[in-house]
Design a binder for this molecule. Structure first.
Ligand code: GLN
Length: 490
């Protein structure tokens, strides 16, 4: 196996034994990028010179024997997470030339651990989308089938990891944007509990639902990356001071006696895309490992997607208000007066972003507030109560990650409601703020990956990761690598 295909923990071992160097690993990643990036389009900005210099520093730390788990490991960063001195565009024309003067806390933590930042990955503009087609610069393609989307909005991060263009990545997840692309690309994605990982330096979409989290090739790697980025941050007012367990130590493989809730009402809505069969396959493996799978009900779960889009749009319309060419954003210099300067500047937003701003503004208007915004807030509470009730009886909840596997590029662009369906199973965890992990759980007949979600109690990432890891070991799905071709059936 080549260095750029290995997991973070495999690389950690080789580095710590002195069998390879960070410079060799980073060089193998960049040569892979040269080979496949024109097909995949995972990156918006590459950071080669700084990455090679960081790898050299990491090798010195490793030689001194005081290296952290991530020391020398190549990591990609979604381009809505601020990186000092590296362009951070949010895949938007309005931030095309923005170079932040500071690092997001998660990036600072990764650098402190000696990780090597490879580049900035593509996304739907400001994280708004489920296919990475809403990027103002380029679409990203799914390495398993280049005619399919990689999911979104963290599609660039997911594609980079499975294509061997990074060993792990950070994504952001407001309604499913880490887990859905992870499922579409056959990798692991974790949305942590709200408040566990700092959002300082993440450009906000819907601040009450935004999260930063790891996207990796296996669950152990997700535990290692989470360990590095989690924890109290004084610059994030929603940061929680919870003490951190050792996430890797939680991966014991022992899940006997654990209760896994399976929401029958939601699972019943699954069509025939191989997703239902794959989900029951996960349930069977967990049972064979000694867990008890029990049917549960989440009565308000089916309103999650509608509730999410009302509340998220309201927050988005407010958080994108500052991109007006005065406070933030690339000003349109042709305009002759203030109003046309505002409108021309804001005209740089893509059509999905404009749609969200309009929907958000509409639901916050006095005449719609009670019937839409306030009602959705109440539904959000009901969904949270459903999940709390279920999680008081079970240790974790099992759900599909997505209703379908990856769909063809262009297929849903003209039908936003259809695109929004991608989030029916993921948005629940954002509304409730609870942790949710997507793990690969097999392939369709056409060879596209599928994912299953494990949701847990707030700040109990250790259990969520433990169950995901036990499943991964128990299922022993044979490892495959994408061949970077276009397939005719899916
Ligand atoms: N797909 C959802 C949206 O378009 C969620 C995006 C996200 O999680 N950032 O809003």
């Amino acid at each position: 196996m080549q260095l750029n295909q290995m997991t973070i923990h495999q690389l950690r071992e080789l580095l710590q034994r002195g069998v390879t160097t960070s410079q060799e690993i980073v060089a193998s990643v960049f040569s892979r990028i040269e080979e496949v990036e024109d097909k995949v389009g995972a990156y918006l900005t590459l950071n080669k010179d700084q990455a090679m210099a960081a790898a050299k520093r990491a090798d010195t730390m490793l030689a001194q024997g005081d290296a952290d788990d991530l020391c020398g490991i190549p990591i990609a960063i979604k381009d809505n997470i601020s990186t000092s001195g590296i362009r951070t565009t949010c895949a938007s024309k309005i931030l095309e030339n923005y170079v932040p003067p500071f690092d997001a806390t998660v990036v600072a933590k990764l650098k402190e651990a000696g990780a090597v930042i490879i580049g900035k990955t593509n996304l739907d503009e400001f994280g708004l989308g489920s296919s990475t087609e809403n990027s103002s610069f380029q679409p990203t393609r799914n390495p398993w089938d280049l005619s399919k989307v990689p999911g979104g909005s963290s599609g660039g991060s997911a594609a980079a990891v499975i294509a061997g263009e990074a060993s792990g990545a950070l994504g952001s997840d407001t309604g499913g944007s880490i887990r859905q692309p992870a499922a579409f690309c056959g990798i692991v994605g974790l949305k942590p509990t709200y408040g566990l990982v700092s959002r300082y330096g993440l450009v906000p979409a819907a601040a009450s639902m935004d999260h930063v989290g790891p996207m990796t090739r296996d669950v152990r790697d997700a535990a290692l990356l989470l360990q590095a980025i989690a924890g109290w941050c004084e610059k994030d007012p929603t940061s929680h001071g919870a003490s951190l367990p050792d996430y890797e130590a939680a991966l014991t493989g022992d899940i006997s006696g654990m209760i896994v809730g399976l929401p029958k009402d939601l699972v019943a809505t699954l069509g025939d895309h191989g997703t239902k069969e794959a989900l029951y396959g996960v349930a069977n493996v967990l049972e064979s490992l000694g867990a008890r799978v029990e049917e549960i009900s989440l009565p308000h779960g089916r309103y999650a997607m509608a509730c999410f889009y009302i509340l998220a749009s309201a927050e988005i319309s407010s958080s994108l208000g500052c991109f007006d060419g005065v406070r933030l954003g690339k000003r349109d210099l042709e305009a002759r007066d203030t109003v046309s300067m505002f409108t021309k500047t804001r005209g740089q937003f893509g059509s999905e972003t404009k749609r969200r701003i309009l929907v958000g503004t509409a639901v916050l208007q006095a005449e719609n507030y009670a019937t839409h915004y306030a009602k959705a807030q109440r539904v959000r509470t009901l969904i949270k109560v459903d999940l709390d009730n279920a999680l008081s009886k079970c240790h974790v909840i099992l759900l599909p990650t997505t209703p379908t596997p990856a769909f063809p590029l262009g297929h849903k662009l003209g039908d936003p409601m259809d695109m929004y369906q991608s989030d029916v199973f993921t948005s629940l965890a954002n509304l409730a703020g609870i942790p949710a992990l997507s793990v690969p759980c097999g392939y369709t007949k056409g060879g596209l990956p599928l994912g299953a979600q494990i949701l847990g109690r707030p700040f109990d990432e250790a259990t969520v990761l433990k169950v995901g890891h036990a499943y991964e070991q128990g299922a022993s799905i044979e490892p495959r690598w994408p061949q970077m071709e276009v397939h005719t059936n899916g």
